[in-house]
Ligand binder design. Structure first.
Ligand code: AMP
Length: 479
């Protein structure tokens, strides 16, 4: 996942705007947060492990002065949640300083490492982002835009970037457009900046939260350069191949965000309608797994004519945090996050709607919790197809053996999670809800059709990390 945000606010300080925008993207990454600013001459960076509001608090922000800023919140894919791997990255290049925030994951990291003079020893951290920052900084080019133009074509995989040098904020989207990135405008006389300005955000919700107006998507294969005194400049570095991650629309992005012109609450509600059409079942009520299952459950209830109820409450403060839960908390499992509403579920036949099953372990606990609360029948309906294949473009599902649908058929999964029935929405059902063609998306986790080939050494990411640092190894990317 990961969230990125960029701000150009002439005559104002950009860091508070960037921090607020990043706060709206907190759901995309909860392990670390950071902001890099420029006052026109010098870059300054602050990053730490923790949530956005913990890291970028009111004590820290006033010291980060300047009208240009980028910000990042991180969701890594494997263990290394360490300070060094927090972003933005920072590096002094040949003629300039550089900071980068990255959402996505490269698939030719090993090959790229071979191009870095000095190799792995020069990298202060173990992410693909650190490597690409070094490659850009090393490039003997007249400016950052030119350096990017030379380096970007050698990258393979997923990257939505915000890049900062002394005088520019640059938004970059890989040719497939796996991860979203939006350009926005900050109107004049807004609280963040009297002269107005320009914004970049992973999601439209970030633009709106800071009082901006959404202008357009950064196109796949495009760089958008923000500089004081001029309109955003578009630089194409590759031909566009549209393959936005469909899981962004199903689960990741906020329901109030828009992708490809679709509001995601509406899109998910329609997936629920399609799911009810494909897999109806007799029951007393429809309930979501909160929070992300709610729009699809609403659609399912509407289409089936059954009442919609909330059968569980979610602790609002239970998110993923960088703090390892204590053993006692871990043993409590899903009950730390979710509690059943006995009055709603007791003696009832439930249709329980969720957006996805990844490993199946949470789902199994949810079914058990509902049964303990007295549910008579539990019929699970999932508003996405089974996840058969790992993702190498920025989601934490790289390890095939951990995906329950990679090794079990639907009936076996039903038995494992303990439901009375289980049904998944088809790929056609997802597309009918979105009213967009298959070619616009990456469906690799569902059908194994990877738009960018993934080298075998990248597939086995777990082993890659176990090798001694000197031998390989740039560590897990950022999602
Ligand atoms: P499980 O049964 O353990 O596979 O968990 C399924 C739940 O995980 C569903 O409620 C999903 O909304 C949620 N989920 C899906 N993808 C992710 C992800 N990448 N990170 C965290 N939770 C996810």
């Amino acid at each position: 996942m990961c969230g990125v945000f960029g701000v150009l606010a002439p005559g104002a300080d950009a860091a508070p705007v960037a921090a607020l925008g990043l706060f709206a993207l907190q759901h995309r990454g909860q392990e670390s947060a950071g902001v890099a600013v420029s006052d026109g001459e010098q870059l300054m960076l602050y990053k730490d492990l923790g949530l956005v509001a913990q890291v970028l608090d009111e004590r820290r922000l006033p010291s980060l002065r300047g009208p240009l800023a980028i910000a990042h919140c991180r969701y890594s894919t494997t263990g290394s949640t360490v300070w060094e791997n927090a972003q933005p990255t920072f590096r002094l290049g040949r003629s300039r300083a550089l900071a980068v925030g990255h959402n996505g994951n490269l698939v030719n990291t090993r090959e790229l490492l071979g191009r870095l003079s000095g190799g792995r020893a020069r990298l202060p951290a173990t992410t693909d982002t650190e490597l690409l920052t070094a490659l850009i900084a090393d490039e003997p080019a007249s400016d950052t835009v030119e350096a990017l133009r030379r380096v970007l074509p050698s990258l393979r995989g997923a990257y939505s970037l915000v890049v900062l040098d002394e005088r520019r904020v640059i938004g970059v989207r890989d040719p497939d457009g796996f991860r979203p990135l939006v350009l926005g405008r900050l109107p004049r006389d807004n609280p963040g900046s009297r002269e107005g300005g320009w914004l970049l955000s992973s999601e439209t919700a970030g633009i709106e939260v800071v009082g901006g107006e959404v202008v357009r998507d950064v196109e796949p294969g495009e760089m958008v350069v923000l500089e004081a005194g001029s309109e955003p400049r578009s630089v194409r570095f590759a031909e566009a191949r549209d393959h936005l991650c469909v899981f962004e629309l199903i689960y990741f992005a906020r329901p109030d965000s828009y992708l490809l012109g679709r509001n995601l609450y509406e899109a998910r509600r329609r997936m629920g309608v399609a799911l009810a059409g494909e897999l109806p079942v007799a029951a007393d009520l429809v309930m979501p797994v909160p929070d992300t299952g709610a729009p699809a459950a609403a659609g399912f209830a509407e289409a089936s004519g059954l009442p919609y109820r909330e059968g569980m409450v979610r602790n609002r403060y239970a998110g993923r945090t960088f703090i390892q839960p204590s053993q006692a908390m871990r043993q409590r499992g899903v009950t730390v996050k979710l509690s059943p509403l006995r009055e709603v579920v007791r003696d009832r036949r439930l249709i329980v709607v969720d957006d996805s099953i990844v490993r199946g372990t949470t789902t199994r606990q949810i079914v058990a919790l509902l049964r303990r609360a007295g549910a008579r029948e539990v019929h699970l309906r999932i508003s996405s197809p089974p996840i058969h294949h790992p993702c190498f473009y920025g989601i934490d599902t790289q390890i095939e053996t951990e995906l329950i649908a990679a090794t079990h058929d639907v009936e076996q999964i039903r038995a494992f999670v303990g439901a009375d029935s289980l049904g998944y929405l088809s790929i056609e059902g997802v597309l009918s809800a979105l009213e967009l063609p298959y070619d616009r998306f990456c469906f690799a986790c569902f059908d194994g059709n990877y738009p960018v080939p993934v080298p075998y050494d990248t597939r086995n990411r777990k082993l890659m990390l176990e090798e001694p640092i000197a031998a390989t190894a740039v560590g897990p990317g950022d999602g």
